[in-house]
Design a protein around this ligand. Structure first.
Ligand SMILES: Cc1cc2nc3c(=O)[nH]c(=O)nc-3n(C[C@H](O)[C@H](O)[C@H](O)COP(=O)(O)OP(=O)(O)OC[C@H]3O[C@@H](n4cnc5c(N)ncnc54)[C@H](O)[C@@H]3O)c2cc1C
Length: 280
C-alpha cells in the first residue's frame, strides 16, 4: 500500500515544497459531516497544485495556543525540524488534500470530513473561525511527487473507491479527467445528506454508500466495464485493503494498476501511524 498516511517525509535540499503561514478566511458546513475551510496567506501565490489527489500537510495549534509552531525549512529538513520542536507546544501535523487552489485570489480550500471532537484536525475544523492561524507544507511546483493518481495512458476506464476523507481527492480527480474517460466510483459517506454534486464526464457513474466498510461488497456485486482499468482506492485502511484484495484476487486486475492508500485507520491517530511507520 502506498503509505500516504504514514509517509517518511524527508525533503531534499532543493525541495519543490514550501512552508506557508495561513489564516482562515471562512468556514462553511458543506454537508452535515463535511466542513470546507478557505485559507488565505500573503505568499499563497507561490503554492502550486497538480489537482487530483494533491496532498499537503497542515499544522494546527496545540490546545490553548492560537498558532502552530512552524518548523525551519532553510536546509530542506523541515520534518526533522518539526520533530525537534517541543511536542507540548508545537501542535499537530495532519495530512489533507487541496480541494481548490486559486493563487490569484490567494485562496486554498480544504474539505474536512469531520468525525467529532476526538481528532485534533476534526475538532479544529468544527470550530474554525476567520483569522484562525494554521501552517501548511505544500508544493510550489505543479509537477510534484505528492499525488498518487497516475493512470497509465492505456487505461480504458477508471475505478475510484473512497470514503468521506478521500472525497475531496475524488472531486479533484474527476475535475482532472477528460470527459470521455469512463469512470465508476463508489463513495462511502455517513448519510444521504453527505452526498455532493461532483464533476461528471460523459460516462461517469457514482454509487453512494452509507454503510461503513460496504464498498468491497458493492464493487463485487457490480458489472464492470470491459477493457483495462486503472483503480485508485483511498479511505479507511481495512476497507482499502479489502477493496484491493477484491480487485486483484477477485477480479484479476493487475496489481500495478491498483493504486491504494490508507488515509486513516480505525482507532489510531495519525501521530500513532507515523510513529509506527518510523519504528518499522
Ligand atoms: C494523502 C491523504 C490525504 C487526505 N486528505 C483528507 C482530506 O482532504 N479531508 C479529510 O477529511 N481527510 C483527509 N485525510 C485523512 C486525515 O488525514 C485523517 O482522517 C486524520 O487522521 C484526521 O486527523 P484527526 O486529527 O481528525 O484525527 P486523529 O487524531 O488522526 O485520529 C483520532 C481518531 O479519529 C479516528 N479518525 C481519523 N480520521 C477519521 C475519519 N475520517 N473518520 C472517522 N474517524 C476518523 C481515528 O481512527 C482515531 O481513532 C487524508 C489522509 C491522507 C493520508
Amino acid at each position: 500500500m502506498t503509505e500516504t498516511a504514514t509517509p517518511a517525509p524527508t525533503a531534499p535540499a532543493a525541495s519543490p515544497f514550501g512552508l506557508f503561514a495561513l489564516r482562515v478566511a471562512r468556514s462553511t458546513r458543506l454537508t452535515p459531516n463535511m466542513v470546507r475551510v478557505a485559507l488565505t496567506g500573503p505568499d499563497l501565490s507561490r503554492m502550486a497544485s497538480a489537482g487530483r489527489d494533491q496532498r499537503i500537510k497542515l499544522f494546527l495549534p496545540a490546545p490553548g495556543r492560537t498558532a502552530p509552531d512552524l518548523p525551519d525549512n532553510s536546509d530542506g529538513q523541515w520534518y526533522a525540524a518539526w520533530q525537534a520542536l517541543d511536542p507540548a507546544t508545537r501542535g499537530y501535523m495532519r495530512t489533507y488534500t487541496i480541494r481548490t487552489l486559486d493563487t490569484e485570489r490567494a485562496e486554498l480550500t480544504v474539505d474536512f470530513a469531520v468525525h467529532g471532537e476526538e481528532g485534533p484536525a476534526s475538532r479544529w475544523a468544527l470550530h474554525a473561525r476567520p483569522g484562525d492561524e494554521v501552517g501548511a507544507f505544500a508544493p510550489v511546483v505543479e509537477d510534484n511527487a505528492a499525488y498518487e493518481f497516475r493512470p497509465p495512458a492505456d487505461a480504458d476506464w477508471i475505478l475510484l473507491a473512497a470514503d468521506a476523507s478521500a472525497l475531496p481527492a475524488v472531486a479533484g480527480i474527476l475535475e482532472h479527467l477528460p470527459p470521455a474517460v469512463p469512470v465508476r466510483a463508489w463513495i462511502e459517506v455517513p448519510g444521504p445528506a453527505d452526498h455532493q454534486n461532483l464533476p461528471a464526464g460523459l460516462d461517469t457513474h457514482i454509487t453512494w454508500l452509507t454503510t461503513a466498510g460496504s464498498t468491497p461488497e458493492a464493487i463485487a456485486a457490480a458489472d464492470l466495464p470491459s477493457g483495462t482499468p486503472y483503480a485508485w482506492v483511498a479511505g479507511e485502511s481495512s476497507t482499502v485493503k479489502a477493496v484491493r484484495r477484491h480487485l486483484v484476487q477477485g477480479r484479476g486486475i493487475d496489481r500495478r494498476r491498483v493504486q491504494f492508500s490508507g488515509y486513516w485507520r480505525k482507532g489510531a491517530s495519525e501521530d500513532l501511524l507515523m510513529e509506527k511507520n518510523e519504528a518499522a
